[in-house]
Design a protein around this ligand. Structure first.
Ligand SMILES: [Mg+2]
Length: 260
């Protein structure tokens, strides 16, 4: 079994700001404050992390924040549904529909979600896209506030599904932020990065993912890179490696290479 874990926002889809607007409306309704919502960077963060950060800055204690969190989530999922409707739905990122179809059809591949969204939020964002049936499990912000804990949750669920253990090097974590890369590293998984979520290719390259694409539009190249389990850097989509002159699309030296 190989486990491919996809982030949601900026990787599979864009909710066109609906998430931030829904968080703002629900915070106002439940806590009576929004904290530094306008300037806060949501990218790669889990929902509980976002709420504790924003409300902590607004002066609430952790106990107060936690006490109202269930009510916040109830209100947030209502507001999220409304905001996505108002925005005309979510946008599926280039190549994603074809990619998850082809990857999910591989004999030994299991696809899952690894996202900071609470489970209900992830479902709302994906339900109209037709993508949900491809994902057989998930690890969510509702499982842990610390993203780095989510790969172990997903692996446990995959093991329960398949009835056999999976080692971290058989896990691929696909996301659009440096936090997705850090989360993969913390678990010992392969880190695949895509610059469709607001972080530029150069920013992501600085965090040294195993694979980096500007987007997943070249589905054949992306599929090949995802299925190639060897370590090393691969930059697709015509990208040039940031620190050497290798031709684009060529595999760089493996980190375990004996060549200087
Ligand atoms: Mg993301």
């Amino acid at each position: 079994m190989r486990l491919f874990l996809f982030d949601v926002d900026g990787t599979l889809v864009s909710a066109r700001g609906a998430g931030r607007r829904a968080v703002g409306r629900a915070l106002e309704a439940v806590y009576g404050a929004t904290g530094p919502l306008a300037t806060y960077d949501f990218r790669g963060k889990t929902d509980p992390q976002i709420i504790f950060d924003l409300m902590g800055t607004a002066g609430l204690s952790a106990v107060e924040i936690a006490e109202h969190l269930p009510r916040f989530y109830d209100r947030y999922v209502q507001d999220l549904r409304a905001e996505i409707g108002r925005a005309g739905g979510v946008k599926v990122m280039p190549g994603i529909a074809e990619l998850v179809g082809l990857l999910g059809a591989q004999a030994d591949a299991v696809l899952g979600l690894l996202t900071g969204n609470i489970e209900a939020g992830a479902r709302i964002k994906l339900e109209a896209t037709g993508l949900l049936p491809h994902f057989r499990l998930g690890a969510y912000g509702s499982d842990a506030a610390d993203r780095a804990r989510l790969p172990a949750v997903a692996a446990r669920r995959a093991e329960a599904l398949a009835g056999r253990p999976i080692s971290p090097e058989r896990v691929v974590i696909i996301g659009d932020t440096p936090l997705d890369i850090a989360c993969a590293r913390a678990f010992g998984a392969r880190a695949v990065s895509v610059a469709t979520g607001g972080h530029r290719v150069e920013e992501l390259a600085a965090h040294a993912p195993d694979v980096l694409f500007a987007d997943f539009a070249d589905v054949g190249a992306v599929l090949a890179a995802l299925l190639d389990g060897r370590p090393g850097r691969f930059l697709g989509g015509g990208l040039r490696p940031p620190s050497d002159a290798s031709p684009p699309g060529l595999r760089r030296q493996s980190r375990r290479s004996n060549n200087p």
